[in-house]
Ligand binder design. Structure first.
Ligand SMILES: Nc1ncnc2c1ncn2[C@@H]1O[C@H](COP(=O)(O)OP(=O)(O)OP(=O)(O)O)[C@@H](O)[C@H]1O
Ligand SMILES: [Mg+2]
Length: 234
């Protein structure tokens, strides 16, 4: 449902993405795997419109997004959880969620909040807690909840397992799989953590130097150290 076709972009005169073509299906979690500096965040930023597309196209359903500014892409149904989360530390959990849907009708808010707290029961006892007081894992869960409360058609996440303790990483993987399936949305995750990706999909798209270079089964990657070295630099 989210279709990237020959996506090229970069920073100023520096081209980082050299033509990425990828289909992110509804109801599934699709993984973009690659080591540091290969263009994962650049691709997600290009999809949401923070970086200009220099060639190619990005479409959501039958709607072309490539020429739209970020807020119109969000309105068309794209939600994004940036690397390092980026919740509002000075606002409570409830306020963080409310801000995300500030533009929607006031009477829709209670139903959205209820659904979100059912989906993320960990947040229930924390609704009045300040964002700053949450653990890294709780902040990541809040960031995901804040993206989903907007009721997107596609959700993009940039290294959601980074810096999160292993037990919460497992929880977050489960939440994404459930959200994709139950909401029928397309989920695209940029990651480097093999344990995490093995929990959300069977095979990953490998990006290197701004190009997709392989599609490989997670099981094969886990048992092949040479491949891990090549694709993840570990
Ligand atoms: N704001 C920027 N201005 C110029 N070049 C940038 C900028 N941000 C990233 N780059 C360059 O673009 C390339 C891709 O970076 P990007 O952040 O997309 O990689 P990444 O795969 O997300 O890496 P990481 O796993 O470390 O987050 C790198 O060469 C990087 O130096
Ligand atoms: Mg990155």
């Amino acid at each position: 449902m989210l279709t990237l076709s020959d996506v090229r972009s970069g920073y100023g005169s520096t081209t980082v993405l050299h033509g990425v073509t990828l289909e992110v299906a509804a109801g599934e979690t699709t993984v973009l795997l690659g080591r540091n500096g290969v263009g994962k965040s650049t691709l997600l930023r290009t999809i949401i419109g923070r970086l200009p597309l220099t060639r190619g196209s990005i479409s959501l359903g039958d709607r072309e997004l490539g020429g739209l500014p970020p807020h119109e892409r969000a309105r068309a149904g794209l939600a994004y959880v940036p690397q390092g989360r980026d919740i509002f530390p000075g606002l409570s959990v409830l306020e963080n969620l409310r801000v995300a849907v500030a533009g929607t009708r006031r009477r829709e808010w209670p139903a959205r909040l209820e659904r979100t707290l059912e989906e993320f029961p960990q947040l229930k006892p924390k609704v009045n807690a300040g964002g700053r007081s949450l653990s890294g894992g709780q902040q990541q869960i809040l960031a995901i909840a804040r993206a989903l409360i907007t009721d997107p058609r596609a959700l993009l996440l940039d290294e959601p397992s980074e810096g999160i303790q292993p037990s919460i990483v497992v929880d977050i993987a489960g939440m994404l799989v459930a959200a994709a399936r139950e909401r029928g949305i397309a989920v695209l995750v940029a990651e480097q953590n093999l344990d995490f990706v093995g929990r959300v999909c069977a095979s990953v798209n490998v990006i290197d130097k701004g190009t997709l270079v392989d599609r490989v089964a997670v099981g094969d990657l886990m048992t092949n150290e040479d491949l891990q070295h090549e694709y993840l630099g570990v």
